[in-house]
Design a protein around this ligand. Structure first.
Ligand SMILES: Nc1ncnc2c1ncn2[C@@H]1O[C@H](COP(=O)(O)OP(=O)(O)OP(=O)(O)O)[C@@H](O)[C@H]1O
Length: 377
């Protein structure tokens, strides 16, 4: 069993509260990503889990064993978890193979098995040819791969990764993303993966915890974060989301609601328990809009959302149009227009909204609404 239970943990450095009542229950074998902007406390959370930091409040259990509480601390080496840090933490005086083998040696694995396992994982990360090199003679990406190989070799019950792909080029990122997925499938290890790159988090993880200012804003499956963000901040973070203000929200039952948005009557998705509201924040994505007409004169009659194209960018399979929309032309939106349709800067168009989510009204949502809706990670 390697489930992880993090219950209401607090951590401060001096007067600065870095983690505030953070709770996460991670199932055995689950791949969880922690997604948040720089300085939100991701690494501190990982360090608490790994045992490099003590707690001010709350508790952490791994596999049913209490490992951290204010007056209880199991040291890192007794937690049986592997950690890959941003700075690789390699031994400079050891070769690549020795770095990978070190943990296995400490764990008491016989020399022959050690050599076999090291050779196997070095092949996995394409470093077999560099087994005898010292870390100083490797590129940043190669050092990163040694750290990953070490983690793969240990086959730990839980693996914690702190931005493991941050310094790698696009090709290698893709290859290592696949490696993580394969490793996860093969090992069944619980994975705790820290990143500020949402495409990485959404692609790899079973569930993603979105973190901001030391708090978990939402812990959910990638598709739920995208389709049903819990608050404005998550809505603005995920998938180029935009947060708009709608009026006169009237639930229709079955998780649907009628509302007025950008001067149009629209139907939106909402939480089953949603009640009527005079105003609400709405989450939409570029794919929720579509082009009804590229004819300026059709706007009023078509009953769509009038918009003015401010920028059109070729993106291969589609054209990305940035527009100013609404009755006053003051709301910035983006839309993906599939080829062969095309629009150009300065053109007036009519859009319609296919989907949108009424962000539930919670205490946290009300507080978060003061943050800019376009916040990006
Ligand atoms: N040992 C420490 N002493 C004092 N402050 C610290 C310490 N470690 C972290 N902090 C502060 O805690 C906050 C959170 O840092 P942390 O490294 O956990 O964030 P992060 O989300 O991992 O950021 P990044 O993505 O940039 O690595 C920051 O303001 C940081 O300066």
């Amino acid at each position: 069993m390697s489930d992880i239970r993090i219950d209401a943990i607090d951590k401060s450095f001096g007067d600065t509260a870095v983690l505030r009542e953070v709770s996460l229950h991670i199932a055995s074998g689950e791949f969880v990503a922690i997604l948040g902007p720089s300085g939100c406390g991701k690494t501190t959370l990982l360090r608490c889990l790994a045992g490099f930091e003590t707690l001010d409040g709350g508790r952490i259990e791994i596999g049913g064993e209490l490992v951290s509480a204010p007056r209880h601390h199991v040291p890192p080496e007794r937690r049986n978890i592997g950690v890959v840090f941003q700075n690789y933490a390699l031994w400079p005086h050891m070769s690549v193979a020795q770095n990978v083998a070190y943990g296995l040696k400490v764990a008491g694995l016989a020399k022959k098995q050690r050599a076999e396992r090291v050779a196997r994982v070095l092949e996995v990360v394409e470093l077999g040819a560099l087994a005898d090199r010292r870390p100083a003679d490797l590129s940043g990406g190669q050092r990163q791969r040694v750290a990953l190989a070490r983690c793969l070799a240990m086959e730990s019950r839980a693996v914690l990764l702190d931005e493991p792909l941050a310094n790698l080029d696009v090709h290698l990122r893709g290859a290592l993303e696949e490696e993580f997925a394969a490793f996860h499938k093969r090992s069944g290890a619980t994975m705790f993966y820290i990143t500020h790159d949402q495409s990485e988090a959404l692609a790899l993880a079973d569930r993603v915890a979105v973190m901001d200012k030391g708090r978990i804003l939402q812990f959910d499956r990638p598709e739920a974060l995208f389709a049903r963000p819990a608050n404005e901040t998550v809505a603005g973070f995920i998938g180029e989301g935009r947060v708009l203000e709608a009026e006169d929200i009237r639930p229709l039952g079955n998780g649907r609601a009628a509302a007025s948005l950008l001067g149009q009557k629209v139907e939106l998705r909402c939480a089953p328990g949603e009640g009527p509201r005079s105003r609400a924040s709405i989450s939409i994505h570029p794919g929720d809009l579509h082009l009804v007409s590229d004819d300026a004169t059709a706007n009023a009659d078509a009953g769509g959302i009038a918009a003015n194209v401010t920028r059109a960018t070729y993106r291969g399979a589609y054209l990305r149009a940035d527009v100013m929309a609404g009755p006053q032309g003051s709301v910035p939106l983006s839309i993906n227009i599939p080829a062969p349709a095309s629009v150009s800067q300065g053109q007036r168009v009519t859009l319609s909204l296919r989907d949108g989510w009424v962000i539930p009204q919670t205490v946290h949502s009300a507080a978060a609404s003061s943050l800019p809706s376009s916040a990006c990670l």
